[in-house]
Design a protein around this ligand. Structure first.
Ligand SMILES: NC(=O)C1=CN([C@@H]2O[C@H](COP(=O)(O)OP(=O)(O)OC[C@H]3O[C@@H](n4cnc5c(N)ncnc54)[C@H](O)[C@@H]3O)[C@@H](O)[C@H]2O)C=CC1
Ligand SMILES: O=C(O)[C@@H]1CCC=N1
Length: 264
């Protein structure tokens, strides 16, 4: 049985993805904090609702999807009950596998995962790293769980805070960009709904080109940028306003915040 401990935005995205991928509800359980949430999840997915202690005793795989700030309390609750025959997967930003391992008296296998909200449409980017007691088999099992939600790659754990900043938080930067482009459409007199449709399809099309062609983004951008044309006039303004430097600083700040959340 797979138990998901904490079923907010990401926990539910994982739960719904596993169900869409054909995993029987009987193999899944959730741990929630509010009784109303228990009722909602039981009705929507037909999954069992357990206490954290029951989940720690019954599940083969425990996926912990609470906020980093709630991690210590959750681990205190389940710590003494989890054994090395189980697998613990954490999706919390900043929290290291060694922080989790230290909360268990036994040598429990832990895998750290950073996914993102496009899991809701099976287009997540999930990056996974093993803790010191996780084997190849544990990594393969984790890949199997996350593969139906989108792409999965392995990275060394020291890169996890950077991955959190880049792909974990990444969808928010894209939505921010879309908001800004739609505002520009409004400024130019376009109805909001039309502007949003145009920008959404443009982002989707550009992302599809990047993925399908495998080309460097500079090559794809060059193909849009005609000599003395409109695009270069826009690029000059982006450069003048330091947008590239802003991205570098923003993503570095997200990486640093991840480190802080992990108590580094
Ligand atoms: N939102 C995002 O885009 C991403 C979030 N994450 C990570 O996923 C984790 C969850 O994030 P969200 O889903 O956004 O947060 P959320 O606040 O939507 O969900 C957290 C859930 O955990 C529950 N919870 C807390 N303590 C609990 C306990 N003791 N027992 C049972 N349930 C408990 C809360 O009631 C809440 O439903 C975080 O650690 C975050 O760093 C990772 C990747 C992306
Ligand atoms: O903002 C956060 O802390 C979480 C982690 C990655 C995306 N959202």
């Amino acid at each position: 049985m797979i138990a998901i401990l904490g079923t907010g935005k990401m926990g539910e995205a994982l739960l719904s993805g596993l169900i869409r991928a054909g995993r029987p509800a009987a193999e899944l359980a959730v741990v929630v904090r509010r009784p109303q949430r228990a009722k909602e999840l039981r009705e929507a997915y037909g999954v069992e609702v357990l206490t954290a202690i029951e989940a720690a005793e019954k599940a083969d795989t425990l996926v912990i999807a609470v906020k980093p700030q709630d991690m210590g309390r959750m681990l205190d609750e389940i710590g003494g009950r989890v054994t090395p025959s189980q697998l613990v997967i954490s999706i919390a930003a900043g929290i290291t596998t060694s922080f989790i391992e230290r909360r268990f008296p036994a040598e429990v296998p832990v895998v750290r995962v950073m996914s993102n909200t496009p899991a809701l449409v099976d287009e997540a980017m999930s990056v996974i790293s093993p803790g010191s007691h996780a084997s190849e088999e544990h990594l393969e099992h984790t890949e199997e769980l996350f593969a139906p939600l989108g792409s999965v790659i392995r990275i060394p754990e020291y890169q996890q805070d950077a991955a959190t900043a880049l792909s974990g938080s990444g969808p928010a930067y894209v939505f921010y960009l879309v908001e800004a482009m739609v505002d520009a459409g409004i400024l130019l007199g376009m109805p909001r709904r039309t502007a949003l449709e145009m920008v959404t399809q443009t982002v989707y099309g550009a992302a599809t080109m990047l993925r399908d062609s495998g080309e460097h983004p500079v090559i794809l951008r060059d193909a849009v940028t005609s000599p003395a044309g409109t695009t270069i006039a826009a690029i000059r303004e982006l450069e003048k306003h330091g947008v590239r430097a802003a991205f570098l600083a923003a993503i570095e700040a997200a990486r640093d915040r991840g480190r802080e959340l992990g108590g580094a």
